[in-house]
Design a protein around this ligand. Structure first.
Ligand SMILES: [Zn+2]
Length: 385
């Protein structure tokens, strides 16, 4: 995984360059865009972790954090958070810290590698020497593909820190095909309105399920896993590779299905409690995956097939697989509320260290709308040719 810990300031990047500048770290980096409207050129990106480090000897007060997107040196979009939002975000991180959750959430904040010896997190936008402001989930969109994101720390006296991060449309060396047979609904993807997008390791993940003729995921009252059309369907390798991890012993969560007499609010509450328990179990993202298969592909990419049915794995560690080989069956293990496949491509084998990569599937049918060469979005219905 590449990291860009760029201290200040290419000459000329600032109009009034300060004599000294704060260090800004961005992780993960470089940045990859997600298609908003490919035929119109729209893209968006999330800067998950921006750390502003006061490595000077005096107190520094931040008044804002700004991201400029540039293409060939011209600004094509700008977004900014002011002092009040910086304070809220700093306080939220402090809350996690006080609850002892930062280690469990290292798959998200990566503080074990980003917070250096002698540095400590700040709970507000006033940074004492050695303090670090962590700003999470900075979102920005643009109408054309930028090549650079310039992250700028602002103070009342002007800009006091800047880092330039490369931006691109991710190019995979692999050829991925849809990992399921027949017609499946994408009900969550890397869309910014879905939970995946805000989690580093599953940023562009797909949640996939099949629907019946009445667009329902199950028959009957939906309280039994066997009533779900997706449960037990084959899951296939999305590309050629070698299996590097398999988990096969996690029970499928029949108890997490929504009961017919349950209000959505109380159901959500019940689900949140289950998720909290998984988080606190200490193994981070891996516990959430339930039964899974992880396959290594060219270029260090790995594809993950999560929430599989207990005992359904058809492959073993070290086995070479080809595109389309069955690796298991869809289930509802781990952090899953009903049977579905959670599919993602990441840049390394460690589920708690890797980042999600935005890949596209080849060979999808274009019956209703064009699927070829673009990132799938929630609401897409996909089927292989
Ligand atoms: Zn998912």
């Amino acid at each position: 995984m590449k990291k860009f810990w760029l201290a200040a300031c290419a000459a000329g990047a600032l109009t009034a360059a300060p004599a000294q500048a704060l260090e800004i770290r961005v992780d993960p980096a470089p940045l990859y865009v997600f298609d908003l409207a490919p035929d119109r050129g729209g893209v968006d990106l999330v800067l998950h972790n921006i750390l502003v480090v006061n490595d000077e000897a005096r107190t520094q007060e931040l008044t804002g954090l700004r991201v400029d997107l540039l293409k060939e040196g011209e600004i094509v979009a700008t977004a900014r958070v002011g002092a009040a939002a910086l304070l809220r975000r700093a306080q939220r991180v402090t809350t996690y810290e006080q609850a002892g959750l930062l280690r469990a959430m290292d798959f998200q904040f990566h503080l074990s590698r980003n917070l250096h010896e002698g540095e400590k997190l700040s709970s507000d936008a006033t940074l004492e020497p050695g303090e670090v402001l962590l700003n999470t989930g900075f979102y920005i969109s643009a109408s054309i593909l930028p090549d650079t994101a310039r992250v700028v720390a602002e103070s009342a006296g002007g800009d006091i820190g800047v880092a330039s991060i490369p931006v691109s449309r991710y190019q995979s060396p692999n050829h991925y095909r849809a990992p399921v047979d027949g017609r499946w609904l994408v009900f969550a993807s890397g869309d910014a309105e879905h939970h995946h997008r805000w989690v580093v390791s599953s940023e562009y993940a797909l949640d996939l399920a099949t629907l019946g003729p009445e667009l329902r995921s199950h028959t009957g009252d939906g309280t039994r896993l066997a009533q779900y059309r997706t449960f037990g369907l084959p899951i296939r390798a999305a590309a050629d590779g070698v299996v590097v991890a398999v988990r096969n012993d996690v029970i499928d969560n029949e108890g997490m299905l929504r009961r017919p007499d349950e209000s959505y609010e109380s159901y959500e509450e019940r689900v949140a409690e289950g998720q909290q328990a998984i988080l606190l179990s200490g193994s981070g993202f891996e516990a959430a995956a339930g039964n899974y298969v992880l396959i290594e592909h060219a270029g260090g990419e790995h594809s993950l097939y999560a929430h599989m049915r207990r005992g359904s794995a058809r492959v073993r560690v070290g086995q070479r697989v080809s595109t389309g080989d069955q690796v298991g069956e869809a289930g509802s293990s781990g952090n899953s509320t009903e049977p579905h496949l959670h599919f993602q491509v990441i840049d390394g084998p460690d589920l708690n260290r890797a980042r999600g990569l935005p890949v596209v599937f080849e060979g999808l049918r274009d019956d209703w709308i064009a699927m070829g060469g673009r990132h799938l979005r929630a609401g897409d219905v996909m089927e292989r040719e």
